[in-house]
Design a protein around this ligand. Structure first.
Ligand SMILES: [Zn+2]
Length: 143
């Protein structure tokens, strides 16, 4: 899968990383998928992280999330940030994915590139394997 995103959307996610720091930031991705196995993300909706310990966990504010699930037909995925670590899915991320994997095609994580100390984004396709939802690395193309 190829995931395309505009530079403006990329900047919005990075801004959300900064404004949420030192907590994890999170939100929804809106976009469209094509039959050629590509996805275009056209905007994001930052959502409040209501986790009890938001520096190590994220939990989308349930009311807002449900509202968008019911009213946004172009809801295509979810993003969250890792304030001090690499943008790789944690065991907890994969565990939580089991409860909402069926609702999304795309999963993005913004984290810190340990070498360059810059914000780095990684993109994943949500796939089902052996009755579990998994994250398969996808190419992210910022246009
Ligand atoms: Zn995470």
């Amino acid at each position: 899968m190829i995931i395309r995103m505009t530079a403006a959307t990329n900047e919005q996610i990075k801004n959300h990383f900064h404004t949420s720091w030192p907590s994890e930031g999170c939100g929804l991705l809106l976009g469209t998928s094509s039959i050629d196995d590509s996805v275009d993300i056209h905007s994001i909706i930052p959502i409040k992280n209501v986790a009890a310990d938001p520096t190590h966990h994220f939990e989308l504010e349930p009311k807002v999330w449900v509202h968008h699930l019911l009213t946004s037909p172009d809801l295509i995925g979810l993003f969250h940030t890792h304030p001090v670590s690499a943008p790789l899915p944690s065991a907890e991320d994969l565990q939580n994915l089991q409860s909402y994997g069926q609702l999304m095609e795309v999963y993005l994580i913004a984290g810190i590139d340990p070498k360059a100390q810059l914000i780095e984004l990684t993109a994943y396709e949500v796939v089902q394997q052996d009755h579990r939802y998994c994250l398969r690395p996808a190419a992210l193309c910022v246009t």
